[in-house]
Design a protein around this ligand. Structure first.
Ligand code: PLP
Length: 327
């Protein structure tokens, strides 16, 4: 079967306002001294505060609905973008959503927690425990709910799964079509790498559709080798979903850059902290501390080193909800 038909046949529900715009960053490109710098506005995917997870949720919740599930369990830190966007998506899709957090329920709900409150989602706060234990709780909750007669579905691994990554496999098709229609010289994509779900989808889709772009992943947490290992795990799942094993080494078909991640996940570098201020001042578009600021800080440094080519595009993955808890 043709690969496009195969993708069409996957369970999917419509959640996002797609395609998201591609625009030129006129002021940022002056600051960088490089022409034709673009932004792909995946912060404008439509539901809630927007962001990349909406694309993943179209396929993940599509799978849940195809399995007749009625309750979605999603786990993450307090300010998890995934949890809030899953809750928004469940509202739209008519599913019950339960969020599970490692952290204490704060007196004042800020950022994504405020949005969760307005959505009236059922939230379980487990105190300061490791993510692994939190995820185990989510699995146990699934068993409990089943016994109560519900049909629960757990969103695994922060949506970094093969089905989740399908969102960005299909985003490559979307971008390819847009770039053709707009007739713009967009050659290269810069995106963040957390657990590697977005990265895996982009890299896999780009290979699947004949390498229309060069893919650059700026790691926000892991070193190169670890992130490549995480991406490989998602590749293996995509191979099964699409039944077309991809015959490439990851390092041959993308650049993973780990020079801009700083000390840890969510810890700004001096440059990324500055970028949280300068980028909205230049373009009127907000970014946040964990993912988006590090990609732009990386692009700026690469420009200064003469390594950022014309026609580079920043993929804005959103995260607006969490910004309101970060300052
Ligand atoms: C989840 C998320 C990402 C990417 O995460 P991966 O785990 O690498 O798929 C990037 N940006 C934002 C704002 C996110 O919420």
């Amino acid at each position: 079967m043709d690969i496009l038909e195969k993708i069409e046949e996957l369970p999917r529900i419509e959640l996002g306002s797609l395609p998201t715009p591609i625009e030129r960053l006129q002021n940022f490109e002056k600051k960088l001294g490089v022409n034709n710098i673009y932004i792909k506005r995946d912060d404008l995917t439509g539901l809630g505060p927007g962001g990349n997870k909406i694309r993943s949720l179209e396929f993940i919740l599509g799978e849940a609905v195809s399995q007749n599930c009625d309750t979605i369990i999603v786990a993450g830190p307090l300010q998890s973008n995934l949890c809030t966007l899953a809750a928004c998506s469940c509202a739209k899709a008519g599913l019950k959503c339960i969020t599970v957090h490692n952290g204490e329920n704060p007196e004042r709900a800020e950022g994504n927690l405020l949005l969760n409150k307005l959505l009236n989602v059922e939230s379980h706060y487990l105190g300061n425990i490791p993510s692994k234990e939190r995820n185990k709780y989510a699995d146990e909750l699934k068993v409990l709910l089943k016994e109560e007669g519900l049909s629960p579905y757990v969103i695994e691994n922060g949506a970094t799964t093969g089905m989740g990554a399908m969102g960005y496999v299909s985003a490559i098709l979307e971008m390819k079509k847009q770039v053709d229609e707009l007739n713009i010289p967009l050659k290269s994509i810069y995106a963040p790498g957390g657990n590697g779900g977005v990265a895996a989808g982009l890299i896999y889709g780009n290979a699947l559709f004949g390498f229309p772009f060069e893919i650059n992943i700026i790691s926000v947490e892991y070193d190169k080798r670890t992130l490549a290992g995480e991406i490989k795990k998602v590749f293996d799942q995509l191979d099964v979903i699409l039944a077309t094993p991809l015959q490439y080494e990851i390092s041959d078909i993308c650049n993973i850059i780990d020079d801009y991640r700083g000390e840890d996940w969510g810890v700004n570098t001096k440059e990324s902290e500055e970028m949280v201020h300068t980028f909205p001042q230049l373009e009127g578009i907000f970014i946040e501390n964990i993912y988006t600021s590090k990609v732009l800080a990386g692009m700026e440094d690469l420009a200064q080193l003469g390594k950022l080519q014309e026609g580079s595009c920043y993929l804005h993955t959103g995260g607006l909800g969490s910004l309101f808890s970060q300052y």
